[in-house]
Write a new protein. Structure first.
Ligand SMILES: Nc1ncnc2c1ncn2[C@@H]1O[C@H](COP(=O)(O)OP(=O)(O)OP(=O)(O)O)[C@@H](O)[C@H]1O
Ligand SMILES: [Mg+2]
Length: 485
């Protein structure tokens, strides 16, 4: 408690006699607790508070004022002016001292404390003085803490705003505008969201926006890529385990669902989730409870789930690799991000954005681009979507001095006959030493090339499957996944 701070009081009391009694009661600490203004009615009180915001710390108000705004109504109006203001109510003895309902109404309206005035024949005090003074000090302390909380919240809000600006969703196409407004709306809700879109369209970015625009924004936003972990690890990563629940469980592990409690969990590449984990995920989504390995009682969690995939989940459901009930449970709300080639008007804006961004981080000037190079970039189909465009911009900044021309663009897209980045082309692969391709992408590219290679040499699909040592249904499924017709 702060015994050295000055506390400014607004006193609302219409009886001169009681004003005197309040003054006498706080007299021992009059240096610190200062009645700065005395008004006789609610309206004047509100005017004084509005006129000098932040001047008063504590309001002491009589409950039985004559006319105008009084009682709970006045309490609420004061709190509207400044929610951190603390209100101490003093009431006549006529109020039944066991009337909890009355006390409750005052507290619910926003009062911090209330006391019944001493009988009128006690001239020196309005209430037991140490209690009265202590409650004023408490009120002041409560306000100080609330103010502090408000200011750190403001700072957090500010850094979240900055984060959202840094990670802005660029694009003015009809589709992007619609997407942004849908995100703003959906962020306010609690339902699970499924984000769909080709690789590199911005699914993770959209999930980030959903979290930081929601009421959960001050809590954690955690991400897991369901395709990046071996099947037997993913469940313990998601749901955790108790110490000793299996050999090797020497310590208990908090799963992501528990770690993200109150916040948002982003399940990327949800289509890769193994069936056994799908069952458990469904249970969390339905009951808000996690199945922790080695634990029989329930662990409640409050987590908003956002999932994403670039796979066709409906065909995965048909092929029984994805549970239908889980699909419907995830798909309560879905957000589809169209590929870049279907919103080409966003290309110049994205180019400008990334050129500025990366030139700035690399400490170089934004280069000039010839108009034919610009036309080429705009007309290109961008199979790797925004991520590919972003990589091309980075490559251009690394590789080109001066004006960027069509040949530079083709070079950076890997379309030129002699790519500067080519290091090892013996095996038909061009590995770029500056921009290492993520494993999943290169693995997929390899599978695709090898499948094509084998199919060209096989008389039929059945033979190709046999040569590859795959069962025909698996072979067909993989061809479909690799977009080989
Ligand atoms: N509209 C956009 N405005 C600005 N940056 C974008 C936009 N869309 C995507 N990006 C950027 O492109 C990159 C790829 O986006 P992101 O990782 O969100 O895609 P993704 O759909 O999750 O891809 P994948 O399916 O491969 O995981 C990120 O750096 C992201 O910030
Ligand atoms: Mg992603």
């Amino acid at each position: 408690m702060q015994f050295n701070q000055k506390i400014n009081i607004l006193l609302i009391e219409d009886e001169e006699y009681d004003v005197k009694r309040v003054q006498k009661t706080i007299a021992p600490l009059s240096d610190q607790i200062r009645i700065k203004k005395i008004v006789a009615d609610g309206q004047s009180a509100l005017e004084a508070l509005k006129k000098s915001p932040n001047y008063f710390d504590v309001v002491i108000m009589d409950y039985q004022l004559l006319g105008g705004i009084t009682g709970e109504n006045l309490i609420r109006k004061i709190k509207e002016v400044d929610a951190t203001l603390q209100i101490i109510v003093i009431t006549k003895m006529t109020v039944n001292i066991t009337d909890f309902d009355f006390a409750n109404r005052l507290i619910e309206a926003g009062a911090m404390w209330y006391c019944t005035k001493y009988p009128g024949d006690i001239e020196d005090f309005i209430y037991q003085p140490t209690d009265f003074i202590l409650s004023i000090l408490n009120a002041f302390e409560k306000r100080r803490l609330l103010k502090k909380e408000q200011s750190s919240k403001r700072k957090l809000e500010q850094s979240i705003e900055e984060l959202l600006q840094q990670k802005a969703l660029i694009g003015e196409s009809e589709a992007m505008r619609a997407l942004r407004s849908k995100i703003a709306k959906i962020a306010q809700q609690e339902a699970t969201v499924l984000i769909l879109g080709e690789s590199g369209t911005g699914k993770e970015l959209v999930a980030t926006h959903l979290h930081y625009l929601s009421r959960r924004r001050f809590e954690k936003f955690l991400t897991i890529n369901c395709g990046s972990l071996p099947h037997d690890l993913i469940e313990s990563e998601l749901f955790g385990f108790e110490k000793g629940s299996f050999t090797g469980a020497v310590e208990k592990k908090i799963g992501l669902f528990e770690a993200a409690n109150q916040g948002t969990l982003f399940l990327d590449e949800i289509g890769e989730l193994p069936i056994s984990a799908q069952v458990k995920l469904l249970r969390v989504l339905q009951d808000g409870e996690i199945d922790k390995i080695g634990r029989t009682d329930k662990v409640k969690v409050d987590v908003r789930v956002v999932a994403a995939t670039n796979k066709d989940l409906i065909s995965a459901v048909q092929q029984k690799t994805f549970r239908e009930d889980l699909f419907y449970r995830l798909n309560v709300i879905n957000l589809y991000i169209p590929p870049l080639r279907e919103r080409k008007e966003d290309i110049p804006l994205l180019l400008e954005h990334f050129f500025k961004h990366f030139a700035h981080t690399m400490g170089v000037d934004v280069p000039q681009i010839s108009s034919s190079a610009m036309d080429y970039l705009q007309g290109f189909d961008w199979p790797g979507n925004v991520r590919q465009l972003q990589n091309v911009v980075q490559r251009l900044l690394y590789n080109v001095d001066g004006m960027i021309d069509v040949s530079d663009v083709k070079d950076s897209l890997g379309l030129a006959p002699k790519s500067r980045a080519a290091v090892d082309s013996e095996n038909g692969f061009e590995w770029d030493p500056i921009h290492i391709t993520p494993w999943r992408e290169i693995e997929r590219a390899f599978r695709k090339k090898y499948f094509e290679f084998v199919r060209k040499r096989a008389a039929s699909d059945a033979q190709a499957a046999r040569l590859l040592g795959l069962a025909p249904p698996n072979f067909h499924r993989m061809c479909k996944e690799l977009e080989l017709k």
